[in-house]
Design a protein around this ligand. Structure first.
Ligand SMILES: Cc1cc2nc3c(=O)[nH]c(=O)nc-3n(C[C@H](O)[C@H](O)[C@H](O)COP(=O)(O)O)c2cc1C
Length: 275
C-alpha cells in the first residue's frame, strides 16, 4: 500500500483488476494476483538477475546501501590506566592480540609516503621487525616508495584490525636498515620469494606477465635453490616513530583515542583525543 497526499493506491485481491473511488475519495486499485503467475514472475526475475550478474558483474552498491552500512563498536574500551607508558610495548600487546585472534596478516600496515611534488601515496607492506628502534619492513630500494623516501623520509603507517575494532597510526621518518639486518631477513625468506626479489623491478611498467616469469626463470637458472644472495637493491626500511596513536572503537562513535608523542628526553607524552 502506498499513500500520497489525499490519494491512496491499495493493492487488494479480487476477481478482476480495476480501479474504483472509495467513499472517502481514495483511489483503490484492485489486483488479481494469481499465485502461479507471481511465482513465475519471481523465478524469471531471479534468473535474469543471475544472468546479468554473470554478464555484467555484480551490481554496485547504491549510495543508500553504502550509507546504511553501519557498525556500532561495542567490544571494549581503552582506559588511560591500562596503557603501557611505552607505545612500542603497547603496540606489541595489540599486535599479539590481533595474531591470537587469527586475523589474516595482522602485521599488514598501510604506508603513506609523499613524492617530490607533494603528492601523497599509500600502499600495504608487512611489518617484519618491531623493537625500540621502530617498525621495519622490507622492499625494493628502487621502487616508487624508495624514490619518495630519498626525497622525503617523513611517512605514516596505519594498522587496521577491524575485527578487534582497533587502529594504530604511526608518524615518523624512514631510515634504511643495516645491510646485515636486510641480509638476515632475506635469507629467512622462502626460495621463491628470494628469487622473486631478483625478478621484479618494483614499480616499473611490465609489458606483460611473461616478462616477469622469464626474469624469474633466469634468476632460478642463475642461482638454483641455494646461496641466493640478497640483491643490492632490496632491503629494509625502519620507520622511527615520533607519534603513535591507539584507537579503540566505542558505542555511538564515542571512540577512545590516545596519542603518544616523543619528548626530547626520550619520554612519551600521552594525551586523550576527541574521537
Ligand atoms: C597484504 C600485502 C602485503 C604487502 N607487503 C609488502 C611488503 O612487505 N613489501 C613490499 O615491497 N610490498 C608489499 N606489498 C605490495 C605493496 O603494496 C606495493 O604494491 C609494492 O610495495 C610497490 O609499492 P610502490 O610502487 O609504491 O613502491 C604488499 C601488498 C599487500 C596487499
Amino acid at each position: 500500500m502506498a499513500t500520497g497526499g489525499d490519494r491512496r493506491i491499495t493493492a487488494e485481491s479480487g476477481t478482476n483488476t480495476h480501479r474504483k473511488c472509495s467513499q472517502s475519495g481514495h483511489l483503490v486499485l484492485r489486483l488479481n494476483l494469481n499465485p502461479g503467475l507471481v511465482n513465475a514472475f519471481l523465478l524469471l526475475k531471479t534468473f535474469s538477475l543471475r544472468l546479468s550478474h554473470r554478464l555484467i558483474g555484480p551490481m554496485p552498491l547504491s549510495s543508500a546501501e553504502l550509507a546504511a552500512l553501519r557498525q556500532d563498536y561495542a567490544q571494549r574500551g581503552l582506559r588511560r590506566a591500562e596503557l603501557h607508558p611505552d607505545p612500542v610495548h603497547q603496540f606489541q600487546k595489540w599486535l599479539q592480540e590481533a595474531a591470537e585472534q587469527q586475523i589474516l596478516e595482522p602485521n599488514a600496515m598501510v604506508l603513506a609516503t609523499v613524492d617530490a611534488a607533494g603528492q601523497p601515496w599509500s600502499r600495504t607492506v608487512l611489518l617484519k621487525v618491531c623493537d625500540q628502534r621502530g617498525f621495519t619492513f622490507f622492499t625494493n630500494y628502487e621502487g616508487a616508495k624508495a624514490r619518495h623516501f630519498a626525497h622525503e623520509p617523513r611517512c605514516a603507517l596505519t594498522f587496521l584490525w577491524v575485527a578487534l575494532e582497533r587502529q594504530v597510526q604511526v608518524i615518523g621518518r624512514a631510515e634504511k636498515a643495516s645491510p646485515e639486518e636486510s641480509d638476515a631477513y632475506f635469507q629467512s625468506r622462502p626460495v621463491a620469494s628470494r628469487l622473486g626479489a631478483w625478478a621484479s623491478q618494483q614499480s616499473e611498467v611490465l609489458e606483460n606477465r611473461d616478462v616477469l616469469e622469464r626474469r624469474f626463470a633466469e634468476a632460478q637458472a642463475r642461482f638454483g635453490e641455494e646461496n641466493i644472495p640478497r640483491p643490492e637493491n632490496w632491503g629494509g626500511y625502519r620507520v622511527v616513530p615520533e607519534v603513535i596513536e591507539f584507537w579503540q572503537g566505542r558505542r555511538s562513535r564515542l571512540h577512545d583515542r590516545f596519542r603518544y608523542t616523543r619528548r626530547a628526553e626520550g619520554e612519551w607524552k600521552i594525551e586523550r583525543l576527541a574521537p
